[in-house]
Design a protein around this ligand. Structure first.
Ligand code: AMP
Ligand code: MG
Length: 416
């Protein structure tokens, strides 16, 4: 059992130490399933995929024109060939091409075995069935060779890749229609707090709308996650305990928001400590200090703070990497770069801060970042306007306008 007071007095866990502890405490889910290619977008491969065929499957034309044998060309001089047919994409020319003959050919159409050259239609002159080729007609060009994109037996996508739209196209081009992917991880989440009001209800004094569940359902929108929204649980020790224990039996991960700090009605850590294991419950970041991680049986538990911006920052920096690891996906980091800060930023040493910023790039390609507004952990508007975090180190004592800062692009955001 962890002494909840002792972590209070000892130095806070750095984000790197917290991530290392999570990394050591969890392992990817076992189990895979077969899905149709169309259902595989965003899923993690559980086996590498190799090509059963060559692509292109046949030697074919790279453009519309005329196909002929370079043996028939008179390199420096103009020459003429008799037109004996055509090869269309999907409808090949079935006869043999004889010396002195050529065919009309279209992009993607199979080349007759005797042909090794395709010349653009614009470069020749057609006089009925006689095709006139100019002097210096290029030969042995505009042909797509068998297997030049994909060789039969070659690796198409290596396990444990998370498949994107381009991968689906690549796999389809090799005729793959079914794949083995990791099973989705089962995630349940709920909000805690007597003050929370459901959308659609009038807001009484002292109450707030529950925004965290909407943020979380968006942040958890991933094909690798099977997500259950358990709603709002009141600040009631027994109700919270029952909800956590039931969820722990049925899910791989539970995420809660609120009730994780040290207020009188904040029961989450106490329940986790009694019914499971607290790994840590505070980390040295701002916003997001009161973040709990632990386990109830084999279920991972993340107790996020209640403040809406803390939910986003802790989810993106702590929970998301953990979920990736659980789902078996390869680790990936958000883009970080150096920018000139055009705002002065206040900062007290002690915690790594993620301040919300707006990152721009000027016509010289240089990056500039400005604060997107007030930085309180309840200020969702400046979070919504931001496209990046300005990452200020634990030791940093503030930023003057003109200083260089480390900036991290927020997932799915674009540089303006
Ligand atoms: P707590 O961690 O429960 O002490 O909550 C910290 C702050 O976050 C309080 O101002 C709460 O009202 C607010 N808060 C808690 N849960 C939510 C939620 N689901 N949506 C929006 N704000 C919340
Ligand atoms: Mg609360």
């Amino acid at each position: 059992m962890i002494d909840l007071c002792s972590q209070e007095s000892s130095p806070l866990l750095s984000i790197d130490a917290a991530l290392a502890r999570i990394n050591a405490a969890i392992k990817p889910v076992a189990g895979s399933e077969h899905v149709a290619l169309k259902q595989a977008l965003g899923r993690v491969l559980s086996q590498s995929v190799y090509s059963p065929i060559n692509s292109p499957h046949d030697r074919n034309a790279a453009m519309d024109g005329y196909a002929f044998s370079s043996n028939d060309s008179n390199r420096k001089q103009p020459f003429k060939l008799s037109l004996v047919g055509a090869s269309w994409a999907g409808r090949p020319f079935k006869e043999q091409l004889q010396p002195g003959q050529c065919i009309r050919i279209f992009t993607g159409a199979v080349l007759p075995a005797q042909a090794d050259s395709v010349v653009m239609q614009e470069q020749v002159y057609a006089d009925g069935e006689t095709i006139h080729f100019p002097a210096n007609t290029p030969v042995q060009q505009n042909i797509r060779e068998i297997g030049e994109d994909i060789k039969q037996g070659c690796l198409l996508c290596a396990h444990p890749k998370k498949l994107n739209a381009i991968d689906l196209g690549l796999l389809a081009s090799a005729g793959i229609y079914e794949l083995s992917v990791k099973r989705p991880i089962k995630i349940a989440f709920f909000s805690t707090g007597d003050e929370l009001t459901a959308l659609g209800q009038p807001l009484e004094s002292g109450k707030i709308y529950d925004s965290n569940r909407y943020t979380l359902s968006g942040l958890l929108n991933d094909a690798c996650y099977s997500v259950t929204d358990m709603g709002v649980i009141a600040d009631n020790r027994q109700l919270l305990e029952d909800s956590l224990m039931t969820a722990a039996e049925n899910y791989d991960v539970i995420i809660t928001t609120g009730g994780a700090s040290v207020g009188e009605a904040d029961y989450v850590n106490e329940i986790l400590d009694r019914c499971g294991e607290v790994n840590f419950w505070k980390i040295a970041i701002k916003p997001g200090k009161p973040l709990a991680f632990g386990k109830i049986g084999s279920c991972c538990f993340f107790g996020l703070p209640g403040n809406p911006v803390s939910v986003i920052v802790t989810f993106q920096h702590i929970v998301a990497p953990a979920l990736k690891q659980l789902s078996g996906a390869p680790d990936s980091k958000p883009l970080q770069l150096t920018a000139t800060c055009t705002s002065a930023l206040k900062k007290v040493p002690g915690r790594q801060e993620y301040q919300r910023g707006i990152l721009t790039q000027d016509h010289n390609g240089d990056f500039f970042v400005a604060s997107s507004g007030q930085q309180g952990s309840n200020i969702l508007s400046s979070m919504s306007q931001a496209n990046c975090y300005i990452v200020l180190s634990t030791e940093c004592q503030g930023i003057q306008a003109g200083d260089k800062v480390r900036v991290e692009l927020i997932q799915d955001s674009k540089i303006i």
